[in-house]
Design a binder for this molecule. Sequence first.
Ligand SMILES: Nc1nc2c(ncn2[C@@H]2O[C@H](COP(=O)(O)OP(=O)(O)OP(=O)(O)O)[C@@H](O)[C@H]2O)c(=O)[nH]1
Length: 275
Amino acid sequence: MAKAEREIESKIKLIDIVIELVDARAPYSSKNRTFDRIIKNKPRLIVMTKKDLADNQVTELWIDAFKKQGYEAMTVNLKSFNEYKKIINKCKLVLREKMEKERSRGLKPRAIRAMVIGVPNVGKSTFINQLAKRKAAVTGNRPGVTKAQQIIRVDKDFELFDTPGVLAPKYTDEQIAKNVALIGSIKLDILPRDDLFIYAISYLNKYYPSALKERYDLSFDEQEDWVLPVFEQIAKVRHLKKVRGETDYERVMDLFFKDLFDGAFGSVSWERPNV
Ligand SMILES: Nc1nc2c(ncn2[C@@H]2O[C@H](COP(=O)(O)OP(=O)(O)OP(=O)(O)O)[C@@H](O)[C@H]2O)c(=O)[nH]1
């Protein structure tokens, strides 16, 4: 087992609940399934971040899908004031029965201890910093917690490790690599740019045709030979200069990806659950 995995595994033993952050725009692709092996049966809350950038209807489908798999799931916009509190409240709710049982057995009331995990760029630091800003992190000098391990005590009922568990997504699957690139979590150059461009345009045409129409006055039939006409149309609408009489395809792709990351197509989810 790799060092990062071993570290996460040893911390998991010390906590009551894992908060697994995934990106709402691609909740499957922005998960690393190694976490499942490490976490095993520990209570887990799946939090889909970046709710504001995703398609609400699709996010609702994902919440249902995760619940069907037996997970607690919710979505948040961590950029919205105080929304992180919903995560804490949900953790408390998920563990209410367990904590009540402990109390009824005569155990001393104690805070729930949680840990955040996720692949890069899903909002782990944003969430942890929001908690840390309000409360000083205290070095854990309790049993089982190493000196270097910092714990943020949010209130008397909730504590959080200040360092998240991070694992990179697995890019072995090309579809996962595409989705993770399209949500901006990895550099685009992991894949041939034109493949990614064609995939993204085709996906938008299928699921968000009005976004393409609005931005580029573009609509096309997948059955027809559409790729070159799409390049031409984007170049025309955006008044791109021709280079030696030819459309500058690289510039078209630059423009498209800039538009994409600037949110020009509105709220877009890049994957849907298999329902
Ligand atoms: N729009 C939006 N942006 C968010 C949200 N949550 C996080 N972000 C942004 O996403 C980017 C990545 O957030 P981080 O908190 O750095 O993510 P991380 O998981 O700690 O990333 P690593 O440090 O790479 O592991 C930042 O630009 C955040 O401002 C959200 O709910 N909505």
